[in-house]
Ligand binder design. Structure first.
Ligand code: PLP
Length: 407
């Protein structure tokens, strides 16, 4: 299929609306992406004519909902290129996925003095669960810096690993800098030392094809709302050997087989890790979002976004009063910046908003990175498959207006 930007934009109804009297320019995709009509329709249909709880019912609607819900597992497996459908555990997104690994895999296995290696550019979702282990168990966190361009040389990660390293927790793509990390090389080195690797794929999975079997990572977390799917949907890939080592985390319905007064037997994995009524409709919507992306083709999406990135880089580099954080050549179309002068990132985002341009301002849940960069906050414009070069121009016009106002 060829990539047709006009058709793609038509698929997203929200892009037709105005904000503050101006056509919406949505550049906050790193926080959450908009939804195509196919996902909105699937959610509406699931609630209006196909809704029931899953797994426990014997009636028609329950079976229908269960079939639809469970069919998403193979779609996620295909999307991540896992040949094992049961390697996919559903959850509410990356935050829950990483916490699952912290509680169900790491806590029972790690001991005081063991080390977790992570990069300075991790999102808090891939930091706080490991801080829990530091606080509660005496685990040591080993931080690896990025270079001046925001690149992470795999050799730096490898140099930080020791025989005490039990886990490497690494983002595949930085939500602030846009840096893409060579997670395959890092995984190989960690495995050679007997450590396991968790990859935070929240940002990467929406911008590029993912192949967990090629990376050979142990865990790969994704989040549905950034993948054009509903909020509350998500999944984590868990290598079967690792899943076999994990103890259940949340207890409740669905994750058990038999419960007595003194005994309990668990359901098979992956259900063993999915306690309680899940986000049924949201997961069904996620399946449709993944189909939508796979129909367009991840390579096509990636090459459209690469062209956008190159154009945005060229235009933004021309603004000599703009400080761009993250200059990695192979980065994704994510641009974090500050303006020379007194303007705060919040001021810039407020002014841009008046022009219908949505960007994010703040620490982007990456405070260790902000400290490393020596800034308290930045503005971030993050692009998606439906953005255009014309929108890059509008962003540049908006920034020039900010510079005149505050500079
Ligand atoms: N990791 C990265 C790199 C992210 O950008 C985000 C969200 O911004 C997360 C993790 C957390 O995702 P969620 O809030 O959907 O769990």
């Amino acid at each position: 299929m060829t990539f047709n930007i006009t058709k793609v934009r038509e698929d997203f109804p929200i892009l037709k609306r105005e904000v503050n009297g101006k056509p919406l320019v949505y550049l906050d995709n790193g926080a959450s992406a908009q939804k195509p009509q196919a996902v909105i329709d699937a959610v509406t249909q699931a609630y209006s004519s196909e809704y029931a709880n899953v797994h426990r019912g014997l009636h028609y609607l329950s079976n229908l909902a269960t079939d639809k819900y469970e069919s998403v597992r193979s779609k996620v497996a295909k999307f991540l290129n896992s040949s094992v459908e049961d390697s996919i555990v559903f959850n509410s997104g990356t935050t829950e996925g990483i916490n699952l690994i912290a509680y169900a895999w790491a806590m029972p296995r790690l001991q005081a003095g063991d080390e977790i290696v992570l990069s300075i550019m991790e999102h808090h979702a891939n930091i706080i669960p490991w801080h829990f282990l530091r606080e509660r168990m005496g685990i040591k966190l080993v931080w690896v810096d990025v270079d001046a361009n925001g690149d992470l040389d795999p050799e730096r990660m490898i140099a930080a690993m020791t025989e005490s390293t039990k886990l490497v927790a690494i983002t595949h793509l930085s939500n602030v800098l846009g840096t893409v990390v060579d997670v395959k090389t890092i995984t190989k080195a960690a495995h050679d030392l007997g450590a396991v690797v968790l990859v935070d794929g929240s940002q990467a999975a929406v911008h590029m094809p993912i192949d967990v079997e090629d990376i050979d990572c142990d865990f790969y977390a994704i989040t549905g709302h950034k993948l054009y799917g509903p909020s509350g949907s998500g999944a984590i890939y868990i290598k079967p050997e690792r899943m076999a080592e994990m103890r259940p985390f949340m207890g409740g319905g669905d994750m058990i087989r038999d419960v007595g007064r003194e005994v309990i037997t668990y359901n098979d994995a992956p259900m063993k890790f999915e306690a309680g009524t899940p986000a049924i409709v949201q997961q069904i919507g996620l399946g449709v979002a993944l189909d939508y992306m796979m129909d367009i083709g991840m390579e096509n999406i990636a090459s459209h976004e690469k062209a956008l990135r190159d154009y945005a880089r060229e235009r933004l580099d021309g603004l000599n009063w703009l400080n761009i954080q993250g200059k990695s050549l192979g980065k994704a179309a994510i641009f974090s910046f500050t303006l020379n002068g007194p303007a705060h990132a919040h001021d810039i985002s407020t002014v841009l908003d008046k022009k219908g341009i949505a960007v994010r301002a703040g620490h982007h849940c990456a405070q260790p990175l902000m400290e490393h960069l020596g800034v308290s906050s930045t503005c971030r414009a993050s692009f998606a498959m439906y953005n255009t070069k014309g929108e890059v121009d509008k962003l540049v016009d908006g920034l020039e207006f900010c510079q005149e106002l505050f500079g």
